[in-house]
Write a protein that binds this ligand. Structure first.
Ligand SMILES: Cc1ncc(COP(=O)(O)O)c(C=O)c1O
Length: 419
């Protein structure tokens, strides 16, 4: 691979979309450990210094999972080295500290999304569990045989299959919303798909295959006018630009920690508090209920988000997610997005000069994030990924957990390079 191209790939693979050096890293990690120099932004991601197959690593698989900056790794270490305890507000000092860290993490995520309060943030294992929670709990009491759920052809399996199973349980019907040839949801068709029967609409804020940014606010307004409830799968948008639940006006929004520089196995559901209060528990166990008697199942549960967090919470990962939020904010979200747009423009222009790959999704940088799924004429996606792997370039290939989206563009597999 030519040097210039490798340099370009290495730049976009790490923390390319970063503000001008200097505004970065003014904030010390919580522990004060491991801060890289302000001129070494990429150096904050220890794993990006590694090599793969004997070549310097070019990591272009961030849509699958991002790497973690030192600030997040240190936070996790500190938790287990000095702060670990099963949280409790009424026991020993360590337990109280753990409880306050968990509360702070919830407050941080609430602020990050501009929620009305911490009680609207339910910690989950990831975006998948958050969507399952809604499909099971909300779906269980709100869906019936005459109802319809509108999903999209560009949904990730994690926001498609929970609704397929909900339909099986409740007898409701699934309707499918298509995308245009440039990968955007067909807004012109929305009103004809919505009817009095529509109870739930769910769509990806940004498609993990097409990279297209969907106009969430407008969609939510139109869904509400039709009297339905709307869930925004923000797993691929939150890592890239600011997402404000009040501005969007949705009812549910889900995010994934490991796609935004946080730990794996943590995510969050944001929900309007009235909806959460009206929903039955998702799972049952300790912490979501107190003073349980043998003879009768409880009918009173913990308030707000806590009703949905049965068992010992994953405090370390919640605290790690909050560290990831602080990390992203310390980079300056607007500046981060501006730099990403520059990278996207550059990548689209560079890729368009090469004849063979066909890029799926919008061709304008302003309409997409830096996730590039492509197919290569006469090249099987898995072979392309294997070849790049040998060159030290990590990309994803296959059905990208979104076969319907790929089929919409006439393929069953693609290569995806994501920054
Ligand atoms: C758009 C989208 N939604 C949901 C998910 C699932 O997220 P998680 O891994 O946190 O369960 C993904 C993961 O790839 C995704 O890209």
């Amino acid at each position: 691979m030519e040097n210039a191209r490798r340099h370009f790939l290495r730049t976009i693979s790490g923390v390319a979309a970063l503000p001008a050096i200097g505004s970065v890293l003014t904030r010390e990690p919580r522990t004060g450990l491991g801060a890289a120099s302000s001129t070494d932004v990429r150096g904050q991601f220890p794993l990006l210094r590694d090599s793969m197959n004997g070549r310097p690593l070019v990591y272009l698989d961030s849509a699958a999972t991002t790497q973690r900056p030192r600030a997040v790794l240190d936070t996790l270490d500190t938790f287990y080295l000095h702060e670990n305890a099963n949280p409790s507000t009424s026991l020993h000092a360590l337990a109280r500290h753990s409880a306050s860290l968990y509360d702070e993490a919830r407050a941080t995520v609430a602020r990050f999304l501009n929620a009305r309060g911490s009680g609207e943030i339910v910690f989950t294992r990831g975006a998948t569990e958050a969507i399952n929670l809604v499909a099971s709990s909300w779906g269980g009491v709100n869906l019936g045989r005459r109802d319809e759920i509108l999903i999209t052809v560009s949904d990730h399996y994690s926001s498609l299959v929970p609704w397929q199973l909900a339909v099986r349980r409740t007898g409701a019907t699934l309707r499918i919303w298509d995308v245009s040839d440039d990968g955007h949801l067909r807004l012109a068709r929305l009103d004809t798909l919505l009817s009095k029967r529509t109870k739930m609409v769910t769509f990806p804020h940004v498609s993990n295959v097409l990279g297209a940014i969907n106009p969430a606010k407008e969609i939510c307004e139109r869904v509400h006018r039709a009297g339905a409830v709307v869930l925004v799968d923000a797993a691929q948008s939150v890592p890239h630009f600011s997402v404000d639940v009040r501005e969007i006006g949705c009812d549910f929004l889900t995010l994934s920690g490991h796609k935004m520089c946080g730990p794996m196995g943590i995510g969050a559901l944001w929900a309007r508090r009235e909806l959460l209060d009206a929903m039955p528990p998702f799972q049952a166990g300790s912490n979501m209920v107190h003073e349980v008697e043998l003879e009768s199942a409880p009918t009173r549960f913990a308030e707000g988000a806590l009703k949905f967090e049965a068992g010992t919470p994953n405090v370390a990962r919640a605290v790690g997610l909050a560290a990831a939020v602080r990390f992203l904010e310390s980079l300056g979200r607007k500046e981060l997005w501006r730099r990403e747009q520059e990278m996207t423009e550059y990548a689209l222009a560079s890729l368009s000069k090469i004849k063979r790959p066909r890029i799926l999704g919008p061709t304008k940088a302003s309409e997409r994030i830096s996730v590039f799924s492509f197919v290569v004429e006469n090249g099987k996606p898995l072979d392309v990924a294997a070849l790049l792997d040998r060159l030290g370039v990590a990309v994803r290939a296959g059905d990208l957990a979104s076969l319907p989206a790929l089929k919409r563009f006439g393929v069953t597999a693609a290569v995806r390079a994501s920054c």
